[in-house]
Design a protein. Structure first.
Lengths: 654, 474
């Protein structure tokens, strides 16, 4: 990613900031640990800060004013590790959002093994009734995500996928707002590292899986929310200072889950008001002011339908796995420290032990964070469910650490089981049945893949070696176009029509016209093309993304892969009484190819476009006729923004 | 053994969003007449004319008898502006007694605290709407976020009869309730959940009225989706603070800077409006204002908050609804009128402590044979977990909704009735569900497809231009 010191520039920039919401700084017991130093990759910066990935623009339209941009290249500031943390100085706010944003981006790039490129701007029509993307609207490269630290006057912060911007709000806290976190006064959401990481994750997730903005089932919005929380939460545990402090504060109780749980619960409370459903999923403080963990129930997943609640189930599951791994990995340390009993005496704790424990927690958090991120590449290109995410987690981790020496996968599976998350059509919750199965291609199909792979080899190599992000974007588009041409141009030569259909089916796609898409059930569906009833077309195959991934594994492994997503879509009319109501139904797959020998298709993650069952579920969900109506279908007064896409602003407001 | 009762329910057709239900209970020679709400969404001339037509019909129907009781459920125009606009006519008919919620009780301290804050918030929101209006009129370009927020805000203020281009002050519904406080010949009953009363005008024990809501735990008033352990004070205080700051931003900019604004959120010394040319800020501003980047400016996004505040106010008001279960004692049948209660109000029912130990909420719900769909059948005014228990085989429902109402008819209009709820209603009533506008789907046509289903429960709906009437034998 960012080239190290080759050019004579330093590898890192050090910036001072908060580890917790500044509200914590005013409480004596946390004041000492709340200021930490953020280490982020060095890059040249314009005042803003404006760098390669993000530009901070500090316009406060509600107040009708601007704030001077901080110049982190100014040696008077740079030499001091940036500006000193201060709630009253807008320039520090700019520096802080920049630092947390870059730290989050950095985690993703390291886990994914490639550069983050913002999802391009789609120049869709704004005319009423034209809000469904029915044609290929032109797309435009977006260089930098914009960050507006003081954009709105409300307890909210959100990623706006249309503007490619993250907007942060500020507000007056009521006296008891957020428990004891805020003693009153002004609260800036851009000063909460949890909130900044959460919002940045929405933006980054959108850059990887743009179609997760389409709420096609009750898990999609929950996944966006839950995943953003997972990243923010695990990022919090990478601050060893915090964990150490918490361990001290809890004295001899560190052999229980309490320490981590308390930090996680505080996290939920800090986000409360912004979104906050995490509270009450992990644990809570009882009347005696002691933290107690909440017992998971196998009904957690099925019972919680509202997207924040369901998202919290996802976070709680990952956090549970984190605790299990921590317990597993620190047992020996505790035994050593207690002459074999594993039970710590009450009273003061050894400094060395605390240091080692915190170090373990930090390392596990980072590993787990990277597993969670990496799993994104193993997810289907649309219509995500928790079940498929967990299968992706297991598969991704198997690829990177076949031995599972520290029990990460077992911990994840145990945590899933405890909350009743069962992927569809998986018989047992075992590693073997959870991992995505590999597809058996025929000899002829393998030859075809081989040939295409050969043709693509140089283009993929070029992608890995391109340092400039815009150039990378352009080359990716070219690679997509070339792959598309190879796939379509050579279909007859390589396979012949009958085998072509069977090959596509293995990829979740079809060569049949939509009138035969769902077999005899096709008759019950009103297909559209460009807004008009029509059922005699074959949905176009789209090479949605081609992405290389070079990553480091846990057991010293180097993984070189290419992830290709192929998709198809049909548009149907769900309306009644002559009123048209369009819905897009997509299918396709994510292909994970190993790079060393490109012709090995390691995994195919399929969303079958021919599945009438999935079609009916989506139609019921989106039209509000099903048992679990979507948010878009149920909001009484508010028109959902742009057809059926998620609106983070409203998602975050309660 | 109490006498059997005949209950006649008349839903008046208000020709826009609006509730007005006349209930007549006949037990032998005793007759009692109850009116639940009388209102139109708007205060326009045609709305007032319709109200007067309806009230005139009530007078004719009553044939000289007064109303034994009038219930005003909550302070929204579409429920109570009739009492303001047709006060004289109601006085002419005569009202013996009124039922209001405990929130309207001038002697209840908690009610007064809530009321003051509510009044204040409503005032702030009207000011915000007016400020936004002024601001948007001055804007050169089509202001999307601001315009959307304004439209939502203005639409919701419509429930107070206070849309910008309508002709009422936001106090009309409050005045409607005010009329009800003094129109009765005896003092009003301010009802708290858990109380059970006899229907005035009938022998004791013939028809009982059980009060389900609004909840006393005030935190439930503010939340459409409350979670456990959240305090109400925080919600209300926060909403008001936000409204205050928002208002100060709206006002601060249309009237020139105010002192309060000067040092908010940062000290004045940090604030820049005109940067020195060539400065770093000037370069940032140039990038921001670049025409090629105009698609991502955020000048108006902050205004969207106005809509959120208006939704707060709306949710609160709907949740303050007086929710009544009327029991025909001999047949044990229950008629459920929950006004516009939203999730918070419905959720509180299961925790109601009944004065009469024989009453349980579940039993009332299970015995319900008539349901007045909440809030024009919007999605969150019928709580699924409660509605699921409303599974009496004779269940019928009326929806006071007129789909020709501009709020519903407009592009992307209000979702009333909500599709999935309507499906649920149809299923649970075997298609015995009628809309106020008489534009029922074919499967609910009471003269055709649904005729048999109605016959099965022994009811023949009578639909005229003015009203829809059901006779329930109880």
């Amino acid at each position: 990613m960012n080239a190290p010191a080759r050019s004579g520039l330093p590898a890192y920039r050090y910036l001072r900031g908060y580890a917790l919401d500044p509200g914590f700084s005013t409480r004596l017991d946390t004041a000492s640990i709340n200021e930490v130093t953020y280490r982020i990759p060095f890059e040249k910066l314009d005042p803003g800060p404006a760098g390669e990935y993000v530009e901070v623009i500090d316009f406060d339209p509600a107040s009708g004013c601007w704030y001077d941009p901080v110049d982190l290249s100014d040696e008077r500031i740079a030499s001091q590790g940036g500006l000193a943390p201060s709630e009253g100085n807008p320039q520090f706010h700019q520096q802080f959002v920049y630092a947390v944003a870059m730290k989050t981006i950095r985690h993703f790039e390291r886990a994914l093994g490639r550069k983050i490129i913002w999802y391009p701007r789609v120049m869709w029509s704004r005319k009423p009734g034209d809000d469904v993307k029915d044609v290929r609207w032109p797309r435009k490269y977006v260089h930098r995500l914009r960050i507006h630290p003081h954009a709105i006057r409300e307890p909210n912060a959100y990623y706006d996928p249309e503007k490619k911007a993250v907007l942060f709000g500020y507000f007056d806290a009521a006296n008891q707002f957020q428990g004891a976190n805020y003693p009153g006064g002004l609260v800036f959401t851009c000063l909460s590292p949890d909130i900044v990481a959460h919002e940045m994750t929405h933006a980054i997730l959108d850059s990887i899986h743009h179609r997760y903005l389409e709420e096609t089932n009750p898990d999609v919005a929950a996944f966006h929310e839950g995943f953003a929380d997972i990243v923010a939460l695990l990022q919090r545990f990478t601050f060893n200072e915090l964990v150490e402090h918490q361990l001290y504060a809890s004295g001899g109780r560190m052999d229980r889950y309490t320490v981590l749980g308390e930090l996680a619960t505080q996290f939920g409370e800090a986000l409360e008001g912004n979104r906050g459903a995490l509270r009450g999923m992990i644990g809570r403080w009882n009347e005696k002011n002691e933290w107690e963990p909440l017992k998971p129930s196998p009904h957690d997943y099925v019972k919680n339908l509202e997207c924040h609640d369901r998202g919290a189930v996802l976070v709680a599951t990952i956090f549970d796995a984190f605790q299990r791994i921590y317990t597993f990995k620190t047992r020996d340390l505790l035994r050593i420290a207690t002459s074999g009993t594993g039970v710590l005496p009450e009273g003061s704790v050894s400094r060395d032990l605390v240091h080692r424990l915190a170090g373990e927690a930090g390392e596990i958090a980072e590993h787990l964070l990277h597993i969670c991120i990496r799993a994104l590449d193993y997810c289907p290109p649309n219509d995500i469910t928790f079940g498929s995410y967990f299968r992706a987690l297991i598969t991704a981790d198997l690829d990177i650490a076949p031995e599972d020496e520290n029990g990460y996968r077992i911990a994840l599976i145990e945590a899933m089981r405890a909350r009743g998350i069962f992927p569809a059509r998986v018989n047992t919750l075992s590693v073997e049945s959870l991992r995505w199965s590999s597809v058996s291609f025929t000899k002829k199909e393998r030859d075809a893949i081989d040939w295409i792979a050969d043709q693509m080899k140089n283009d993929i190599r070029a992608l890995v070696e391109t340092p400039d992000r815009e150039e990378l974007y352009k080359r990716s588009l070219k690679a997509q176009a070339k792959l598309h041409a190879l796939l379509m141009g050579k279909q007859q030569v390589l396979l012949g029509p009958a085998q072509w259909e069977s090959f596509l089916n293995k990829l979740g796609m079809t060569s049949l016209p939509v009138s035969q898409l769902f077999g005899k059930n096709s008759k019950k569906v009103r297909f559209l093309l460009h807004g008009k009833p029509f059922n005699n077309y074959t949905p176009a195959i789209e090479v949605h993304t081609v992405r290389p991934a070079f990553r480091a594994g846990r057991e010293g492994r180097q993984i070189e892969q290419v992830i290709v997503t192929l998709t198809q879509r049909v548009t149907v009319d769900l309306g009644k009484d002559g009123e048209q109501k369009r819905m897009i139904f997509r299918g396709g797959c994510s292909l994970i190819l190993s790079f060393g020998s490109l012709n090995t298709v390691e995994h195919v993650v399929v969303k079958n476009i021919k599945s009438y069952r999935r079609f009916r579920q989506q139609a019921a969900y989106m039209s509000g006729g099903g048992a679990e109506p979507s948010a878009a279908a149920t909001s009484t007064y508010i028109r959902p923004a742009h057809g059926r896409e998620m609106d983070f602003r409203r998602l975050h407001r309660h | 053994m109490p006498a059997h009762v005949k209950a006649r329910i008349t839903m008046y057709r208000m020709q826009e969003l609006g509730d007005c239900f006349l209930l007549t209970f006949t037990a032998g020679r005793d007759v009692s007449r109850m009116l639940i709400d009388c209102g139109c969404f708007r205060n326009s001339g045609s709305s007032i004319a319709r109200i007067k037509t309806v009230v005139a019909d009530i007078k004719t129907t009553l044939d000289g008898a007064p109303l034994d009781v009038v219930a005003g459920t909550h302070q929204h125009n579409d429920h109570v502006n009739g009492f303001f606009h047709a006060e004289k006519e109601f006085r002419d008919i005569g009202v013996k007694q009124t039922f209001l919620s405990w929130l309207d009780n001038p002697e209840d301290r908690r009610a007064q605290e809530v009321g003051d804050k509510f009044h204040n918030l409503r005032k702030q929101i009207v000011q915000i709407r007016d400020g936004l209006h002024k601001k948007l009129r001055g804007a050169r370009n089509a202001a999307t976020r601001g315009t959307e927020a304004f439209q939502l805000l203005d639409g919701l203020l419509g429930f107070f009869g206070a849309q910008k281009n309508a002709d009422g002050p936001p106090e009309v519904p409050a005045k409607g309730i005010g009329v009800l406080k003094k129109i009765g010949t005896v003092k009003p009953e301010y009802l708290k959940p858990g109380r059970s009363l006899d229907m005035p005008g009938l022998p004791a024990g013939t028809v009982r009225i059980h009060v389900l809501g609004p909840p006393r735990e005030t935190e439930l008033l503010y939340r459409k989706d409350p979670r456990e352990g959240e305090s109400y004070d925080r919600e209300l205080a926060a909403a008001s603070l936000h409204a205050d700051r928002f208002l100060s931003a709206v006002a601060g900019k249309s009237d020139g800077s105010s002192r309060q604004e000067d040092n908010y959120p940062f000290n004045a010394e940090f604030k820049r409006t005109r940067p020195a040319s060539g400065s770093a800020l000037a370069r940032v501003m140039k990038r921001y204002r670049h025409t090629g980047e105009s698609w991502r400016t955020i000048d108006e996004d902050w205004m969207d908050q106005a809509g959120a505040l208006a939704l707060y106010l709306d949710t609160y008001t709907n949740n303050s609804s007086l929710a009544l279960a009327i029991e025909l004692v001999a047949s044990r049948k229950v008629l459920l009128f929950a006004a516009d209660a939203q999730t918070g109000n419905w959720l509180s029912w299961k925790n109601v402590k009944w004065d009469d130990p024989k009453v349980t909420t579940d039993s009332l719900i299970e015995r319900t044979v008539f349901y007045k769909a909440g809030h024009h059948a919007s999605h969150n005014a019928t709580l699924p977990e409660v509605f699921d228990k409303m599974n009496h085989p004779d269940l019928v429902a009326l929806i006071p909704v007129d789909k020709s109402d501009p709020n519903i008819k407009k592009d992307d209009g209000w979702k009333m009735p909500a599709e999935h709820l309507f499906e649920h209603l149809k299923k649970q009533t075997s298609n015995r569900v009628l809309q106020m506008d008489d534009r029922n789907p074919p499967e609910c046509n009471p003269d055709k497809a649904a005729k048999g289903a109605w016959k099965k429960v022994g009811i023949k709906p009578k639909v005229t231009d003015l009203s829809i009437t059901l006779d329930i034998k109880g």
